[in-house]
Design a protein around this ligand. Structure first.
Ligand code: NAP
Length: 289
């Protein structure tokens, strides 16, 4: 692989919200903070190298969240990449409080969401967030109040587009009554496909579908996993096959594999070059069914 090759280009493009075009194979920052997505990275220098390498390889869609660290991932993004290269889209989230390593509590009170958006702008060094996703719907707060506050921030020019995370079709429809929703980020990968109806809704309504845990938190990437034998036949890594399967599954699919290592980011972005045939796609689907 050429060191300067922008391989992510080969994954094709998707336009979020009608005006935000990104390469479909992106990167997610959740593996960068410490254990339990809490605190400083185990290897801060490698974390910076991972982010720079992803962009060097042509990735221009990076998913992050205030809650990753908290704030650790956003500050790393700023350190590694600010001033951001033209065309780089940082999608972030708000709506989770962190109570300690592994502790996640949804908070959708409007004043909290506003605070977190303001903090994200500061930590990321941005004047406007391209895509702000409500990380979780807080069941204790009316959805219209949560989306409504984000829509107000959008009207104030602090957010360009709104997305939702881990929602049902009914919740997407309900949220859309308050503000336009351009993307949905749900758990989805070759081995976890419960949210097909949400993916179909995204396809029918032109939303980007951002599958979180695209590698099943590494379960699909590991040696000896369900994709290992097929991967060896194809001279590819298991991770690459899992990502190539997602890219073929739908033109609205925007996978954001997470890793804390440069070697793995290189491996993952090279999935963009793999074009599965219909037979290969079916075989992978059956292999993990
Ligand atoms: N909206 C939500 O609620 C939500 C929830 C979870 C995640 N997310 C987003 O989705 C992104 C992806 O999820 P994720 O990072 O948790 O899980 P993932 O992408 O499914 O898998 C990450 C795991 O796979 C390993 N891995 C990555 N590439 C590999 C490779 N080429 N070979 C072998 N192992 C590899 C990583 O370890 P190494 O670090 O050692 O590479 C890590 O343990 C996150 O970064 C985050 O942006 C969103």
């Amino acid at each position: 692989m050429e060191m300067s090759e922008a391989v992510a280009v080969a994954s094709g493009e998707f336009t979020i919200g009608g005006d935000l075009t990104v390469r479909r194979l992106g990167y997610g920052t959740m593996q960068l903070p410490g254990e339990g997505v809490w605190g400083e990275p185990r290897d801060p220098d490698e974390a910076v190298r991972v982010l720079r390498r992803a962009v060097e390889l042509g990735v221009n869609f990076i998913d992050t969240a205030d809650a990753y660290g908290p704030f650790v991932a956003d500050l790393l993004l700023k350190k590694a990449l600010h001033p951001y290269p033209e065309g780089l889209v940082i999608a972030t989230k708000a709506g989770f409080a962190r109570t300690g390593p592994g502790g996640w509590v949804p908070i959708g009170r409007p004043e909290y969401l506003r605070q977190q958006v303001e903090l994200s702008l500061r930590h990321l060094g941005l004047e406007r967030i391209d895509l702000l996703q409500l990380h979780r719907i807080d069941p204790k707060v009316p959805l219209a109040d949560q989306v409504g506050e984000l829509a107000t921030l959008q009207q104030e020019g602090k957010i360009r587009h709104l997305g939702l995370s881990q929602v049902s079709v009914a919740q997407l429809e309900e949220a859309t009554k308050t503000a336009p929703i351009v993307s949905v980020q749900n758990l989805y990968n070759l081995s976890q496909r419960d949210d097909e109806p949400v993916l179909e809704y995204a396809e029918q309504n032109g939303l980007g579908f951002i599958p979180w845990f695209p590698l099943a938190t590494g379960g699909l990437a590991k040696a000896g996993g369900p994709l290992d034998a097929i991967a060896r036949e194809h001279d590819a890594s298991p991770s690459q096959l899992a990502l190539a399967w997602l890219l073929k599954r739908s033109p609205v699919m925007l996978p954001i594999p997470g890793t804390s290592s440069v070697a793995h980011v290189e491996d993952n972005v090279n999935a963009a070059k793999i074009n599965l045939t219909d037979d290969e796609f079916a075989r992978l689907t059956e292999a993990v069914d």
